[in-house]
Structures are given as C-alpha cells and as structure tokens.
Design a protein around this ligand. Structure first.
Ligand SMILES: [Mn+2]
Length: 381
C-alpha cells in the first residue's frame, strides 16, 4: 500500500486586512497561512506518508518576501530530515511570466528528498515504484500534458497538474479561479493513472473517480467561505484499489453573513438589523462580511460608525459592504429631519446669501470634498 498526501494552494506569503498578530507582529492572515501549512507538516511528520505531492501555488506570488521563503524552507527541511519525499509543481501564482526572472522554487534544489518541477514543461519524478508525471503551470499546458504517458509497469502512476480542468461530462471549465494567467487543461486523455492530483481550484473536489482537487489550506476570499480546508490522503493498493480520505485543517472562521435588504425597512429597522447581525455572529477572531443592500444614502450617513466599530473590534476583519439605493434623492415628507449632510449642505448653499465674493460652486465642491474625506476616514478607522 502507498500512502500519499496530496495538498495544494498553500499560497504562503499571502496577507490581507490590517489585523496584526500580537505574538509575531505580522499580518494576521499571513500568520494564518503559515499556521495551516505548519499544521500539515506536523501531521505528516506524525503519520509518515510515503510521499507528499503539492499541486502548485505553494507561494502566493512570484517574489515572496524573505520571511515567506524562510518559513517554507524551515518546513521543507523538517520533511526532508524525516526522509519524506516532497514533490511540488509551480502554480500560476509563483511562475514568473519571464523565464529570466527565475522561479522561487529553485531555491529549494539540493535539499534531499525534495523534487521541484518549475521549468515550464512536463517532467517525470520517480520515487521508488511511484512515478509522478508532473505538469507545472506553463505556457502551453495542453501540449505538455500530451507528453504524459502512463507507464504500465508494476508501480504506481500519478499525474500532478495545476490548472482548471475540463473533462467529459463537464462541458465548460468549472474549476476556474478567475485569476491571472489561468490555464485550462482537458484530462479526458489521462487514463490508466492510479490517481490524478490537481491544484488551482481552492475547494476540495472530486472531479472524476481518479481525479481530485485537494483544495487550498486556507481561505483567500469570501468566495471560499464554503467547504472545509485541508488535504487529501490517497491510499493506493497493489491490486488497483484506492481510498481517498480528506483531512481537515483548523483554520480561521470566515463568515459571509446573510445580507440585509433594506427595501422594505425603515431607518430604525435598518439600524437594528445591522446591529443584530453583528452581535448574532459573534465576530471575535473571525473574518466577516456583511452586505447591506439597497440602503438610502441619507440613512447611511446617519449610521453610528463609532458604535459599529466598537461592536466589530474583536474580529480579525469585519467588512460591511453598502450598496446604495438608486433614485432616493427625492426626499418626501416622511424623512424631513434626516436628509444627508450632502443634501443639507447643497440646500444651504443654494438658498442663502453667503456673501457677494463667495463662489458658490467652488464652496460646494470644497464642502463635498471635505465631507467625503471625513466619511472615508471614519469608515477606515
Ligand atoms: Mn492557482
């Protein structure tokens, strides 16, 4: 029996939002991605798989920081010292557009038991009786993939790719990330493999009986809220039997709250709904998004941003996204006292004589500019 760990899309070096991890002084989300990868390595050292396959996007960018590189190095060395073979292909995130830039993965050459595939072409990596047919992100992934031939011998054959895949029954590429330089590859001709280990799509997915996306080890956007994060354990038996087990990693909670639709709510109800949603989700240590849809601008301007800031302070990130109601500038008698600051100011300038030398248009522009700056500041604080 062969025990293989398949992971992908660790995106080391990613960082987001403003929250700083107190222990390290580093961006909290950057630390989170480190933690997820370290958890995986800890697990591997304990369970000792025969091989680890990383299906690309080990790093988040072509030029990760020294800190990110040094972190990955320390983890790869732990695996190397334990004698666990580690195969990694370059994904679209770390592959440079220009070859002369050089690939960051090349730094890990010469570490025992580490196999790096980043040369823009198909390569075969052999580890005992296991053949890993590796296709990194490359300019012409379709033709590189065609070079793969499963060698029918006594050993095991695995294909390792980083792309959005197409296959029979899936007429359109369904595993797109919509990020830069994304490649699409058809896997219909990849038959007679014991397993196809895929990277790029961040949600753990069985594409075909023999082909899986491991998914990412952390969440990198609100599109990735759903589904567990972790890695796959693939057990291949000599008789051709196979078992795929998913292992979840502990990651930070990311929540996309049910949007508040303001259409049929009055000002009081809108304010209550926002407060209620915030308290209800218990934002402590979480990454949260709340959409407030169809909110009239004058109500938005009367929100208590200081109070909302206080209520969401314990979150790693709490994002409130406002979508404003259109055509709401015709204020009826319903809300005479709650016109927005903008409207009041505009009204003031038009109605009153402010002095013969004052350019009203200029004054209005300046006033609006300061109000916008102030609003922006109070949102950012
Ligand atoms: Mn990718």
């Amino acid at each position: 029996m062969k025990k293989i760990y398949h992971l992908a899309d660790t995106h080391i070096g990613y960082s987001a939002y403003r929250k700083i991890d107190e222990a390290t002084g580093l961006n909290q989300r950057e630390v989170d991605t480190y933690e997820a990868f370290k958890q995986f390595v800890d697990y591997a050292l304990k369970e000792k798989p025969d091989v680890i396959l990383h299906a690309g996007d080990l790093f988040d960018s072509v030029r990760p920081t020294n800190r990110a590189i040094s972190f990955v190095l320390s983890q790869i060395i732990r695996l190397s010292e334990a004698g666990i073979p580690f195969v990694v292909i370059s994904g679209n995130h770390e592959t440079p557009r220009l070859k002369e830039t050089g690939n960051v993965l090349s730094l890990f050459e010469h570490i025992p038991h580490v196999h790096l595939v980043y040369e823009n072409k198909y390569e075969l990596v052999e580890i005992d009786d296991l053949k890993v047919h590796a296709v990194p992100h490359c300019d012409d992934i379709e033709s590189e993939k065609k070079k793969i031939r499963s060698c029918d011998n006594n050993g095991f054959n695995i294909a390792l790719l980083h792309a959005s895949v197409l296959c029979a029954g899936l007429p359109t590429p369904r595993f797109m990330m919509h990020d830069f330089n994304e490649q699409v590859v058809n896997i219909d001709d990849l038959t007679n493999f014991d397993y196809i280990a895929l990277g790029h799509f961040h949600r753990c997915t069985k594409v075909r009986e023999d082909a899986y996306y491991a998914g990412s080890t952390e969440r990198f956007s609100f599109n990735e809220v759903y589904g567990k994060r972790g890695f796959l354990e693939v057990r291949l038996r000599q008789d051709g039997g196979k078992e795929v087990i998913s292992h979840e990693l502990r990651t930070r909670e990311m929540v996309d709250l049910e949007p508040i639709i303001c259409s049929s709510l009055d000002e009081h109800e809108i304010k209550n709904a926002i407060k209620h949603r915030i308290l209800e989700c218990n934002p402590k240590e979480k990454v949260v998004r709340l959409k407030v849809q169809d909110i009239p601008t004058h109500i938005y301007h009367s929100l208590d941003f200081d109070d909302m800031k206080r209520l969401t302070r314990s979150a790693v990130h709490f994002e409130i996204k406002y979508e404003f109601r259109k055509n709401n500038e015709s204020f009826s008698a319903e809300h005479p006292a709650f016109r927005s600051l903008h409207t009041e100011f505009d009204h003031f300038i038009r109605k009153y004589t402010i002095g013969a030398q004052i350019n009203k248009t200029k004054l209005k522009e300046l006033g609006l500019k300061y109000m916008q700056e102030w609003e922006k500041d109070s949102e950012e604080e």
